[in-house]
Design a protein around this ligand. Structure first.
Ligand code: RUQ
Ligand code: CUA
Ligand code: CA
Length: 637
């Protein structure tokens, strides 16, 4: 059998509608056969480390033949564009964008009532800075339920449902400014979503202590990944940059580049060593239980004191302005990149019990090795075969190195741990290998997320795209195989097997995503499946209509100038991919209404006259004709 089995087959549309989301992927997982020999990578090759399956070692093709599906989902953060992008790997076709912290003209994210409810009060922000996307876990493997991501710009954490590829929760973290590092508890499951508060501030930040940076503090936050409520916070010394959690659920570690607590650039570089702070999650939970906490300002979140000398943290000195912190997929090390030091520091997780028990002479005794790799190490990823790959921002290289040899070298043995250095183009930040944030790392593909592209693409003016380069790591040698320009600014990515994700192709009518809108309709006595009605309630008007390609249930409705109009559209189509839209000319509103979805948007009716509305998602041969008139009458005087 071949990948062709998984093609979308129009003749099977009825079957797919009856069984949304499952058929293709069941096909895929069953197809563990003679793949790979055709020159492509196949399902058999991504099952996590079975040696025999690697037919094309070191010689993988990025080519995915027409009509066939990719092996992996890649979730790319969108940096200060505020979104997430979904790529197919290895083809690097951009499949979808998921607006999260930004507003989206196409889907209406940030405009619709459904999205505003999720964004809460922060929907007034139209920007976000989405750095670190991470997928939920069960026992150290991705379980395909959720993606979590931080917004550095407005200190938020959001969750995306991976059945519908839409956010379903967003929370603003109190008492901090800028969530930077974000990671998840990997075991037994997620669990907590950990968020690093980057910039220290006065606590509470109400105008006090502004001129006394020594009284600024920041906090490490745990969000409950299920309820999306803030569970607790830990006050730390210095600041917090990146972090990761271990594979047991017991520890997490975060780098600090500003142990100096400086407010100037040169100030942050004064010390030769900053630190990685290690958090003992059990002890933190115990402190919360014991009531051993305070609260800050208006927030009711328990704040545990985790500053130096506390029971719940340890501060391990490492050089210098460290940045990335990535847990090796064998669960042994937190690997922290030195940035201003050519080294990475390997924190041995097995020694952390002793560190917290006070059995070590020196905090530095948990350092298993500190290999010298090159200039500007930022982030590290893994192939599941004992090798680590670290980006060197200043050298514009990826260095492949052997972790155990680095440890032996550190212990005095004369052994070379550097395997290869590969030039990338240019200035890499994060890197990420397939499945490398889970114990299932399969060592197939590596991405170098380069901050500069310079001369690699057709010039487009002063603003350049980034360049995400794809590297074949299935063999002994890293081989650069593909350049992908990306718009501002994928910081990070997570790449998982396609069979880990189960999507819904058609909305379920009882989906919580629009449940509030359904409730509102019920209160108005509306049957959303059939009714096309206008309900007036003072100067608030609710317009309910259905949509079936190629027409809206209402091709005309009347309101008064200045009315607060809520339009609710329910898409009655049950055919996959027949999404409608609703857009009113000159009113700044637009939204997506996919099959069986209810979407709503609220706006103020403009000046008296005819205002056309139309469907803006191409749905039918008569899509252009799918329109109607909003008749705006003069306001009562
Ligand atoms: S950071 S380039 Cu925001 Cu992940 Cu390191
Ligand atoms: Cu409905 Cu286009
Ligand atoms: Ca520093």
């Amino acid at each position: 059998m071949t990948r062709r089995e998984n093609e979308h087959n129009d003749n099977n549309q009825h079957e797919e509608v009856a069984n949304p989301g499952r058929r293709s992927f069941l096909g895929a997982t069953a197809t563990v056969g003679a793949l790979g020999v055709t020159g492509g990578t196949g399902t058999a090759l991504m099952m996590g480390g079975s040696g025999e399956a690697r037919a094309a070692e070191g010689n993988q093709s990025t080519h995915v033949p027409l009509g066939q599906l990719d092996d992996y989902y890649g979730f790319w953060s969108g940096g200060h564009s505020g979104e997430v992008r979904v790529f197919g790997v290895p083809s690097m076709r951009e499949i979808m964008r998921i607006p999260i912290f930004n507003h989206c003209s196409a889907t209406g994210w940030g405009m619709t009532n459904e999205s505003k409810r999720i964004m809460g009060d922060t929907h007034r922000f139209t920007n976000g800075d989405a750095h670190h996307p991470h997928l939920s876990y069960t026992d150290g493997s991705h379980d395909g339920r959720y993606l979590y991501i931080n917004d550095k710009a407005n200190s938020r954490v959001a969750r995306v449902r991976l059945d519908i590829f839409k956010p379903d929760a967003m929370v603003t973290i109190p008492n901090i400014q800028a969530v930077h590092g974000l990671r998840l508890q990997k075991a037994p499951k997620t669990g907590y979503v950990f968020a690093n508060g980057e910039f220290p501030i006065p606590q509470p930040n109400d105008g006090r202590d502004m001129d006394s940076p020594d009284k600024y503090w920041t906090l490490w936050t745990a969000v409950d990944g299920e309820s999306m409520e803030v569970a607790w916070q830990v006050m730390v010394d210095g600041n917090l940059d990146n972090m990761d959690a271990d594979y047991t659920g017991k520890y997490a570690a975060a780098t600090c580049y500003n142990s100096e607590k400086a407010t100037t650039l040169s100030g942050t570089m004064k010390s030769e060593r900053d630190w990685v702070v290690v958090f003992n999650i059990e002890r933190i939970e115990q402190a919360v239980k014991n009531g051993d906490y305070t609260t800050i300002g208006d927030s009711e979140v328990p704040v545990i004191d985790g500053r130096k000398g506390s029971d719940v943290t340890r501060y391990v000195p490492i050089p210098k302005n460290p940045h990335g912190c990535n847990t090796s997929t064998d669960g042994k090390y937190f690997i922290c990149a030195g940035k201003l030091s050519p080294t990475v520091s390997m924190v041995e997780i097995a020694k952390l019990d002793d560190l917290f028990a006070g059995n070590l002479e020196n905090e530095r005794d948990v350092i298993a090795a500190e290999p010298e790799l090159g200039l500007g190490p930022l982030h590290t990823t893994y192939d599941g075969r004992g090798n680590a790959y670290t980006t060197l921002f200043i050298d514009s290289q990826i260095v492949k190195w052997d972790m155990e040899k680095a440890v032996r070298n550190y212990n005095g043995e004369d052994v070379n741990y550097i395997i290869q250095k590969l030039d990338v183009h240019y200035q890499p930040g994060h890197n990420h290998a397939t499945l490398a944030e889970s114990k299932d790392a399969d060592g197939k593909w590596l991405f170098s997320l380069n901050k500069f592209s310079k001369d690699r693409f057709l010039p487009v003016g002063p603003l350049h795209p980034e360049n995400d380069q794809m590297i074949d790591i299935s063999g002994e040698e890293m081989k650069l195989v593909h350049d992908t320009p990306t718009f501002a600014e994928p910081h990070d990515t997570v790449i998982v097997s396609r069979d880990m994700i189960n999507t819904t192709k058609i909305w379920k009518r009882d989906d919580p995503f629009f449940a509030e809108t359904v409730k509102m309709a019920e209160e108005d006595g509306i049957n959303l499946e059939t009714d096309n009605k206008v309900i007036r309630d003072g100067n608030k008007v609710r317009v309910y209509m259905t949509s079936v390609a190629p027409r809206f249930g209402l091709t005309e409705f009347s309101v008064k100038s200045g009315d607060e109009v809520t339009v609710v559209v329910t898409n009655q189509d049950t055919v996959e991919d027949v999404s409608h839209g609703f857009c009113v000319i000159g009113h700044g509103v637009s939204m997506e209404v996919s099959p069986q979805q209810t979407s709503s948007v609220t706006f103020t009716a403009g000046s008296p006259g005819v205002h056309w509305y139309y469907c803006n998602w191409f749905c039918h041969a008569l899509h252009m004709e799918m329109s109607g008139r909003m008749m705006v009458e003069p306001a009562d005087s």
